[in-house]
Design a protein around this ligand. Structure first.
Ligand code: PEP
Length: 258
């Protein structure tokens, strides 16, 4: 881990009612206290955002959404906008998650419009990129990541680059219990930082956080977070339980001290 402030984000996906979400927040907040060297972002479903935002008041925790539309308002049934999220004190938004890409057919151009709209509304996008198993086996991981990153970040002004967080999530590792080895993950993270350097310059790229996501758990987090370009984690399954999630926050804090 580098000197960048580590970030641990929990992607609750379609789990937790508002009531259950508040209970989880309270358990996490009690365990991490009001100060932590690690930035923590909880991303509940839309229906729990309001309650979770209220529950994090006065704590060290921030709130993110799992998706948004790129337009400010209009006839987009079932969608929400960046302005609506900001109104609920949401500070981050996950964009381009592989489930949005594969199940809901989101393409790089749409995801790019969302990234720009999020920044316009002062929301910090967590842009997810990552290859499918077949793409890794075909040796095209870097081509896929390059395409998703370059198209996803098109038009992002250099002075807003460090508001953007990248999450490298090999799709074959998401929810499967299979994790990229620390060396495999570091290789792609270093490649991503190279691409960010080419687009935004070394100073901005050096400040940007690149998270790893894909079955990160308390028993593999220390080794992943010890890698130079792995600045935290985007956590799915292990974010649904306070004990496991807090253990990941503690791993990130430990990696800072190392
Ligand atoms: C995710 O969906 O972003 C994720 C990383 O899930 P999991 O930790 O369950 O693999």
């Amino acid at each position: 881990m580098s000197k960048r402030t580590p970030l641990i984000a929990g992607n609750w996906k379609m789990n937790k009612t508002a009531t259950e979400g508040v209970e989880l927040v309270q358990a996490i907040a009690a365990a991490v206290g009001i100060e932590s060297a690690v930035q923590i972002v909880l991303c509940p479903p839309f229906t729990a955002l309001s309650a979770v935002s209220a529950a994090v008041e006065g704590t060290h925790l921030a709130v993110g959404a799992q998706n948004m539309h790129d337009k400010v308002n209009g006839a987009f049934t079932g969608e929400v906008s960046a302005v609506m999220l900001r109104n609920l004190h949401v500070t981050h938004v996950i964009l381009g998650h592989s489930e949005r890409r594969s199940i809901f057919g989101e393409d790089d151009a749409f995801i790019n419009r969302k990234v720009l709209a999020a920044l316009e509304a002062s929301l910090k996008p967590i842009l997810c990129v990552g290859e499918l198993l077949a793409e890794r086996e075909a040796g095209t991981t870097k081509d896929v990541v390059r395409r998703q990153l370059e198209l996803g970040l098109q038009g992002v002004p250099a002075n807003k680059a460090d508001q953007v967080i990248i999450a490298y999530e090999p799709v074959w590792a998401i929810g499967t219990g299979k994790t990229a080895t620390p060396a495999m993950a570091q290789e792609v993270h270093a490649f991503i930082r190279q691409l960010l350097t080419a687009q935004f310059g070394a100073e901005s790229a050096g400040r940007m956080r690149i998270l790893y996501g894909g079955s990160m758990k308390p028993d593999n987090a220390d080794a992943l977070l010890a890698e130079h370009d792995i600045d935290g984690g985007l956590i799915g399954g292990a974010a649904l339980d306070a004990k496991g999630f807090v253990a990941l926050v503690q791993s990130a804090a430990k990696s800072l001290a190392a």
